[in-house]
Write a protein that binds this ligand. Structure first.
Ligand code: ISL
Ligand code: CA
Length: 565
């Protein structure tokens, strides 16, 4: 495998609306990010992934773009953005931008034109279809955010396709003009100096020709989630190859494709170092360990996750990509609940479990992503009223589940507390002042009331804080090639509480022993490793391991990493 800067990187994701408000309007902004670049530098991360800051009516918080080459007024100006890029580059931090090109906002000038008439030159920029003879939608597709994926347009008497909200019409990638507009826009940003793209739902851009009905997964529902017709379409590779040849290949950048419902074989193919299209993907299989896989709405039907299943999925992905492609490592982002609440124990072992999960992500094989606030151990939130939530997915789902499924308010709130995206979108807790120091005004979404206990200010000065533990892990990854390039191998596959693996590079070896729960299981060194003699590299308990490596009793959520030969 070749050495690449993006393999050695640790990426930090910023969700600008919730990061830092500089002018007291309650909304995070670009000047706010600039105030915090030294915090990022201190943490040691090497790349920032900035969630959308483009012009947008904010139906889906910026993932509905009405101007690709403009900055959202609430966030600042293009001059502010240029200053941010400079401030990051001055500190040796690269910047990758979110590329949202499966769809635009319905307020994008292309769509405004497109819906004017059937013969408008922009009509074919989007996917328009006639109604069925009975007037119903062209097919049975369910949108990601509840209800039909089709919206009827009275003016021109046709339906348009929207896989996400009805304010996010899908672009028609079959139209060469659309592709060239996108490629020109990408080139414009790259020439402004950015270092790559995170590509939103990029595997959705090619749909099955003829747009046939999706197979029936939920017999009770009128609409069916149909990834078989958009998650791996027949022209996907052709479009990506065109993007690579016309745009990406001309720059030294990193690219990460967000690819849900996309198997490891295909991920391997599109991230192939020799002739793939993107450097790495965000895979989603491990995000379904506590839900119903294969359906999007299945995420709300929660089940207890099992460590063996997580190990099996992570290992499958590692081995599937080994030597050919590359993976991203994440347990949360702006679409997922907070990892310490979901996979750790945010009540009894908050600090231990936050550090355990961090150890896991930073010692696995791939590029780790830190989602803002994760480095502080920020947790899920429980607002009592549905009105206190802002996410369009939550609101649509609330109506769907209370009205169509007849569920009680309490049941649906329970689902939202567990899985809602706003868990990850509450403002960053900078200090213990009002609103956690995020804003001097009224925040656009409530601050998690635990900001007095969990905040950056207090953690910066505490050498044992979660924040400083992240800093240490990030530094270790920079120092030890083996943590980036070492081969991953799983041990004790069937163990219910311990996740044990090695990383191997040349004659060096790292052994990682992770106790994923609150018990005190015994670890016995596997026979194959009996010659291993390692020194402790890092661990999440202050007083290091004093027991012999051959046999140790782990403490709750204990993480231990040894390096040797
Ligand atoms: O949000 C999810 C889980 O509820 C994901 O399934 C998500 O819908 C999917 O990963 C696509 O996400 C991306 O595109 C969406 C946007 O709402 C998300 O924020 C973005 O990350 C539409 O642009
Ligand atoms: Ca602001």
């Amino acid at each position: 495998m070749k050495r690449k800067w993006w393999k050695e990187a640790v990426v930090y994701q910023i969700y600008p609306r919730s990061f830092k408000d500089s002018n007291g309007d309650g909304i995070g902004d670009i000047r706010g990010i600039i105030e915090k670049v030294d915090y990022l530098k201190e943490l040691g991360i090497s790349v920032v992934w900035l969630s959308p800051v483009y012009k947008s009516p904010n139906d889906d918080n910026g993932y509905d773009i009405s101007g690709y080459q403009e900055i959202m007024g609430e966030f600042g100006t293009l001059d502010d953005w240029d200053d941010l890029l400079t401030a990051l580059h001055d500190r040796g931090i690269k910047l990758i931008m979110d590329l949202v090109v499966n769809h635009t906002s319905d307020e994008h000038p292309w769509f405004v034109e497109s819906r004017k008439s059937k013969d408008n030159p922009y009509r074919d920029y989007y996917i328009w279809q006639d109604a069925k003879p009975d007037g119903s939608e062209p097919n049975n597709w369910l949108s990601f955010f509840s209800g039909s994926a089709w919206e009827y347009d009275e003016g021109t008497e046709q339906y348009f396709l929207h896989l996400f909200t009805k304010k996010q019409p899908d672009l028609n990638w079959e139209n060469e003009r659309v592709r060239n507009e996108v490629f020109d826009m990408m080139t414009w940003w790259l020439d402004r100096g950015i270092d790559g793209f995170r590509m939103d739902v990029i595997n959705n851009i090619s749909k099955t020709p003829g747009l046939p009905d999706g197979s029936v997964k939920d017999p009770k529902s009128k609409y069916q989630f149909a990834p078989e017709h958009f998650a791996n379409g027949p022209r996907l590779r052709e479009y990506l190859a065109e993007m690579r040849d016309k745009v990406l290949n001309h720059y030294d950048i990193m690219t990460v494709g967000e690819t849900a419902f996309f198997p490891v074989e295909d991920a391997c193919d599109i991230t192939d170092e020799e002739n793939g299209y993107v450097n790495m993907v965000f895979q989603f299989e491990h995000m379904a360990v506590d839900g119903k896989p294969d359906t999007h709405a299945g995420k709300w039907d929660t089940r207890q996750w099992k460590l063996q299943e997580l190990k099996q999925i992570m290992t499958k992905w590692d081995k599937g990509l080994e030597g050919v492609g590359w993976n991203s490592l994440y347990l949360n982002n702006h679409d997922q609940p907070r990892q310490v609440s979901r996979f750790g124990d945010d009540k009894n072992y908050h600090e231990e479990s936050a550090k355990l999960l961090a150890t896991f992500l930073h010692t696995m094989h791939g590029t780790p992503y830190v989602y803002q606030g994760e480095e502080l151990g920020m947790t899920n939130v429980r607002f009592e009223k549905v009105e206190d939530y802002r996410d369009v997915e939550i609101h649509n789902m609330y109506h769907d589940f209370t009205e169509k499924r007849g569920e009680s308010h309490e049941t649906v709130m329970e689902r939202i507390w567990t899985k809602g995206r706003d868990n990850a979108r509450t403002p960053i807790q900078w200090d213990d002042s009002k609103h956690g120091g995020f804003t001097k005004g009224t925040p656009w979404i409530g601050v998690n009331p635990n900001y007095r206990d969990i905040n950056a200010k207090q953690q910066i000065d505490d050498p044992n804080s979660i924040l400083n533990y992240y800093k240490n892990l990030i530094a270790l990854r920079k120092k030890h090639d083996i943590l980036v390039y070492g081969t991953y191998d799983l041990y004790l596959e069937e163990h219910e509480e311990l996740y044990v693996y090695t990383r191997t590079l040349g004659d060096e070896k790292v052994l990682v022993v992770l106790n994923f729960f609150g018990g005190t299981p015994e670890f016995v060194l596997p026979k194959e490793l009996e010659d291993f003699n390692g020194e402790r590299l890092v661990g999440n308990y202050k007083d290091g391991a004093t027991q012999p490596l051959e046999r140790m009793t782990l403490r709750p959520y204990e993480a231990l990493v040894f390096k040797g030969e």
